[in-house]
Design a protein around this ligand. Sequence first.
Ligand code: NAD
Length: 265
Amino acid sequence: MRLVVVGAAGRMGQMLTKTIAETENAILSGAVERPGSEALGRDAGELAGLGAIGVTITADPLAALLNADGVIDFTTPAATIEIAALAAQARIVHVVGTTGMTADDLAKLEAASRHAVIIRSGNMSLGVNLLAGLVEKVAQTLGIDWDVEILEMHHRMKVDAPSGTAILLGEAAAKGRDVALADRSVRVRDGHTGARKAGDIGFATLRGGTVVGDHQVIFAGAGERIELTHRAEDRAIFARGAVRAALWGQGRKPGLYSMFDVLGL
Ligand code: NAD
């Protein structure tokens, strides 16, 4: 499968270049960066520490996509919306790892998925997707007298909050309770907030250092607590999941899929 990496100079982009090089049945056919990036014109393999692989980083996504079977995109919401339209035009698989997308952005992705296979997840790792399944089950089993709080920590460069993974875990808890997350989530607390409302799903965000991604889902009952934790130690887990998603998506009918579909959970 010929794959293009968009955001090739980013933390995830470089990891994707390495992971594709290690994957049988996948080859990097193109690498794209934003106009003005210092990485333009450089070899994607060299940038990722592999040595030259003959793929030059370009600012022209359309030319790269027309020559590929799939595109893996860990960038920004604006870039992802642009790539979704181009991937649908080229009828190729689009794997979206970008987080921080608004409801409006997601509606645009949904529209593009009428013509192309799109696989989107706020976390592409096996461990977090399994954790989401557990969270749903625990939330379903326990009543709303158990308070759900989601704590996450990431490196100091992360630009969106709460993390896509925290939201994914909040959605799993909401699904288990048969409610909409948007109606129950409390994303910030500051000042005199009053007492906690039963059924709220709370979020807390920490930022600092080089933390790849820690998530904890706390079910706090009267006199006892269940804490489910995932710690990402290496970005390779997300890149491996994304490449697996691209291979899984090849030849499927157009639609918007998630890592739950890819992993058969
Ligand atoms: P980063 O800032 O290191 O990399 C993003 C790259 O995208 C940058 O190099 C930037 O120049 C490039 N970019 C921006 N606009 C572009 C455009 N229009 N065209 C081409 N390239 C463009 O960030 P990162 O840590 O690699 O994370 C990227 C995204 O992936 C974030 O939204 C992050 O939250 C998300 N992420 C998701 C998962 C997951 O499993 N789903 C895991 C890790 C990170």
